[in-house]
Design a protein. Structure first.
Length: 252
């Protein structure tokens, strides 16, 4: 399965919010044997989101869109996805009932906050999804995500986004496998080995240079485990290897 990730948010493009969602999703998708082919960040622009979804839903097996689903005026993602897939944008009855109950519970649990602030909750906006979409409802969030055709819409808040992904994670299972070896050798000395392994084996190879605190990495991937293992052994015979870095080393 090839996957594209679209993160939506003016705040990401302005540099005021770090885009941890894309890297987290890419890692989880790769772990499941699928391949992330594109990562794109775009502003809260309804037409641009719709155009991207329309084009990428045809080009990839799955498209994940994160951010901009809260139900406030600047949250245009879900409506834009409906535009991009030529679907009506409708209030989902079951979601609306759930949000009414959730809003009532919030008011009961936070009377001082409700008294101090004029809380304006647009329940219909938060309960609206593309017609025919499957909602992704989690306890952590207010507005739901949804699945429509091959497009998955998640929240932008990291905890909520992760909960939504975990709810549908099995749908991203692929057949790719990968193995990694670590080397103290400088990347410039690996050219012959890297070229040779791709000539001898039907694998994809990525080389990532060493840094002050981490050894270099060579990652080998394919859809056949035996081929990957054979390619790794071939590399081990020709490249100096070392132990993987510890988590502390990797964080430095």
């Amino acid at each position: 399965m090839n996957v594209a990730i679209v993160t939506v948010g003016d705040e990401i493009l302005a540099g005021s919010t770090t885009n941890t969602n894309a890297s987290w999703l890419a890692e989880r998708i790769t772990e499941r044997g699928s391949s992330v082919e594109r990562v794109l960040t775009i502003p809260d622009d309804r037409d641009l989101i719709a155009d991207t979804v329309a084009r990428w839903s045809d080009a990839f097996d799955a498209v994940i869109v994160t951010g901009g689903i809260g139900g406030t005026p600047d949250d245009v993602t879900v409506e834009a996805v409906a535009d991009g897939l030529d679907r009506a944008f409708v209030v989902h009855g079951e979601i609306r009932e759930r949000l009414v109950e959730k809003a009532a519970a919030f008011r009961d649990e936070n009377p001082d906050l409700v008294e101090e602030y004029d809380l304006q909750l647009d329940i219909d906006a938060a309960a609206s999804i593309p017609e025919g979409a499957t909602p992704i409802v989690i306890d952590e969030g207010w507005a739901p995500g949804c699945i429509v055709e091959n497009v998955y819409v998640f929240a932008g808040i990291p905890d909520e986004m992760r909960a939504m992904f975990e709810a549908v994670a099995d749908e991203f299972q692929g057949d790719a496998v990968a193995r990694t070896i670590y080397t103290p050798a400088p990347e410039g000395s690996l050219h012959e080995a890297l070229e040779g392994v791709t000539e001898r084996f039907d694998v994809a190879v990525g080389s990532y240079p060493r840094s002050e605190h981490r050894p270099g990495r060579i990652r080998v991937s394919s859809t056949d485990l035996e081929t990957v293992d054979a390619a790794i052994e071939w590399l081990r015979e020709r490249v100096e290897t070392t132990e993987p870095p510890t988590k502390t080393d990797a964080a430095e």
